[in-house]
Design a protein around this ligand. Structure first.
Ligand SMILES: *[C@@H]1O[C@H](CO)[C@@H](O)[C@H](O)[C@H]1NC(C)=O
Ligand SMILES: *[C@@H]1O[C@H](CO)[C@@H](O)[C@H](O)[C@H]1NC(C)=O
Ligand SMILES: *[C@@H]1O[C@H](CO)[C@@H](O)[C@H](O)[C@H]1NC(C)=O
Length: 671
């Protein structure tokens, strides 16, 4: 606890707090902001691993954004409250001022503190204004501009201009295709096609050269981000870490041009076969992998984002390669949340009868008709439409409720005896054999976890997140960029010819649990979630007439910055000691019912006390200086009878509040 606190605060913003060097993961001291000017004199000097990576998603830059225009007109015209840096809590896209500030902030604060960048798509504006329809050239241009922004931040000037475009960066950057990065949006056939050709050029700095043939086929690929313990890359490396960039558009239920993952020849099927081969290859050389994609495999009673055949294969593959996969990270939804999938059932973790009866949409082959014709009929007004998040807060609410419902089907520990959280963890396998059995053994291997990062586009507030991962024992490993994965590709070729359409093999019986399940090198440790408070930064407030906006007091702090929203390693509410599946299973249960917390005695009927103890926090998000926990407890105890229900839902409310990046309180929604 002590350790992680010093560590995270120190990392967060060296400018604000005192940092204590811990292990090799922290290097900043007070006042010392990692800026380009302080960067190592020679860019060629080896860079030691930091044990963190950046996740950026859904930038949605909009060149037509007009400051002072009307947010209900997509900030394209009219008069209204569109701020200089974006219109928070609106359906508007991102002005370039915010894009630029975001890159500048990353350059100043994160560039030298991370090992690689995961960038999960949607780097073009939405097709949301009939007066300014999108074109494919506009989409490509916007993607080029955002790619250039990445290269400007992470570029390595001394290599620019040699004949290897993949060694131009200080850290690897792994992009994925979003459903708005293609024209018409959501619709993509198998490659090679215009999209794969164009993006293989736009992303030439990011795609390893030996992956071009794969990328050409379906816009998916993988990149090694941490070399093997033998210092080697690709097939020659022992161990190491890679990031597999999936093209989720082929899995996406809204892509009317393809038909799921079960039919041979369909791009979803081919991608799953490819994924299986890569994961098998990685298993063979002891390499671990992070899966990334744009559209997450959401699967609840109100929302099923992927084609069911793809969803099933994804969960099955994840289970069978659980010794290889470190974690799975997505964007697209704008909401900060996570999902847990049950690999035993291979069906949605809830009562099927409750599932919204979705008419199986007739799969039409893409015939090249207009975007409207293909896309419009699929719009279902009752479904949460992440393209239109703010006009759909009610639907986002129902989506979050359906997630909570899905969590409620997870097994619950029976209850425990003991006192403190540590001693008395009912999720402790030794204390709860029955629970262990239900979750697939002591590591919870029955379940698969997918993490969804919130967006840069300020539908709520703009966000960035840094994920820490375990680098114990990797002190001597340097960051390598541009290493080819597999030189002559012989082994890949062999594997490709031996395509086996069967279910992948599980880990060997003697293999230890994988990095998503038990603490080991590369296991995710925690999320540092940043947001930029555009309300503060834009400095606008409603005029007395309640219609127009004016600038607030000019003495207020309006400097642009991303600031800490929460850090899961120090957070007193989630109490996520790490990001293993088991920790998330516990959190998911607590989101359903906070009284499940460890300090409940078995058979204890005194609900008041339970709730009281479980919900005592000093302040909401942060621990206030000098907060007296005992005093807080006394206060709470006095109120607790009345606020019984509220307190019980404390963790759920926090989950909802964080889903909306602090812009909407759970209470406001009546959740
Ligand atoms: C953003 O940065 C680009 C590249 O440096 C520049 O051309 C553009 O004018 C900037 N836009 C805004 C709105 O600051
Ligand atoms: C990283 O994993 C090792 C086991 O490989 C463990 O001993 C160590 O405590 C972990 N580090 C953190 C910060 O949890
Ligand atoms: C954002 O800033 C506004 C204005 O300063 C403030 O009222 C609000 O509480 C802040 N919200 C968050 C989540 O920080």
């Amino acid at each position: 606890m002590q350790f992680s606190k010093a560590f995270t605060l120190g990392f967060l913003a060296a400018a604000f707090v005192t940092a204590t060097p811990v292990q090799n993961q922290i290097v900043l001291s007070p006042g010392e902001v990692a800026s380009v000017h302080d960067a190592p004199a020679s860019q060629s000097e080896p860079r030691k691993l930091k044990g963190r990576f950046l996740h950026v998603t859904d930038i949605h830059p909009d060149p037509f954004y007009l400051t002072g225009s009307d947010p209900s007109e997509r900030c394209h015209r009219g008069k209204g409250g569109a701020g200089v840096l974006g219109a928070e809590t609106s359906g508007c896209d991102t002005p370039f001022s915010l894009v630029n500030e975001t890159f500048a902030w990353i350059k100043e604060n994160l560039r030298d503190e991370i090992d690689f960048v995961i960038w999960t798509g949607d780097s073009a504006r939405h097709d949301n204004d009939v007066n300014i329809p999108r074109s494919d050239s506009q989409i490509f241009t916007l993607n080029r501009r955002i790619t250039q922004g990445m290269v400007d931040v992470f570029g390595k000037p001394d290599n620019l201009g040699d004949d290897d475009p993949t060694n131009d960066l200080v850290v690897p950057i792994i992009p994925t295709l979003g459903n708005n990065d293609i024209f018409p949006h959501n619709i993509m056939t198998d490659g090679p096609n215009k999209i794969t050709r164009e993006f293989s050029d736009i992303w030439r700095n990011f795609i390893p050269q030996d992956q071009y043939h794969v990328f050409d086929k379906g816009a998916y690929f993988w990149t090694q981000v941490v070399p093997g313990t033998n210092g080697k890359m690709g097939l020659a490396s022992k161990g190491g870490l890679s990031v597999i960039s999936l093209n989720t558009i082929y899995f996406f239920g809204s892509n009317a041009a393809v038909d799921g993952c079960d039919l041979k020849g369909e791009p979803g099927y081919e991608q799953m076969e490819w994924l299986k081969i890569q994961l098998q290859l990685m298993r063979d050389i002891g390499m671990k992998a992070i899966l990334i994609g744009h559209v997450p495999p959401a699967w609840t009673s109100t929302k099923q984002s992927w084609d069911e055949t793809c969803w099933k294969k994804y969960v099955l593959w994840s289970k069978q390669y659980r010794d290889v996969i470190v974690g799975s990270i997505y964007g697209h939804m704008n909401l900060d949340h996570f999902m847990v999938h049950d690999s035993d059932e291979l069906k949605p973790p809830h009562d099927d009868s409750k599932r919204k009866k979705k008419k199986k949409k007739p799969k039409r082959k893409w015939t090249g008709r207009s975007a409207e014709e293909m896309v419009a009929p699929e719009m279902d007004p009752s479904e949460f439409d992440e393209e239109n998040p703010v006009y759909n807060v009610q639907n986002a609410e129902s989506y979050l409720n359906s997630l909570r419902e899905a969590f409620s089907y997870l097994p619950t520990p029976i209850g425990a005896v003991g006192k403190s959280d540590e001693e008395d963890d009912p999720y402790d396998e030794n204390q709860n054999a029955d629970y262990s059995q239900k979750i697939g053994g002591r590591w919870g291997e029955r379940y698969v976890l997918s993490i969804v990062g919130p967006s840069v586009v300020p539908n709520y507030f703009p966000t960035l997140r840094v994920i820490e991962y375990n680098i114990t024992g990797l002190d001597d490993v340097n960051v390598v960029v541009g290493g080819s994965n597999a030189k002559p590709n012989d082994d890949l070729q062999t594997l490709r010819n031996n395509k086996d359409p069967s279910t992948p093999n599980p880990p060997s019986k003697t293999a230890p649990p994988g990095p998503a399940y038990s603490m080991q090198p590369f296991t995710f440790l925690g999320i540092t979630q940043y947001y930029a408070n555009l309300t503060r930064i834009n400095g606008l407030k409603k005029k007395a007439d309640d219609q127009h906006l004016e600038l607030r007091d000019s003495t207020e702090d309006r400097t642009f910055r991303y600031e800490l929203e929460y850090n899961t390693r120090t957070d007193k509410i989630y109490k996520l000691k790490d990001m293993t599946v088991k920790s998330y299973l516990k959190l998911a249960r607590e989101i359903v019912d906070a009284t499940r917390r460890g300090n409940k005695k078995q058979g204890d009927k005194d609900k008041t006390r339970d709730i009281d103890d479980s919900a005592v926090e000093c302040g909401d998000l942060d621990v206030k200086e000098g907060c007296d926990v005992e005093e807080e407890k006394r206060k709470k105890r006095r109120k607790s009878k009345k606020h019984h229900h509220k307190l019980k839902d404390h963790i759920w409310h926090t989950f909802v509040k964080r889903a909306f990046v602090g812009t909407i309180e759970g209470d406001e929604l009546g959740m």
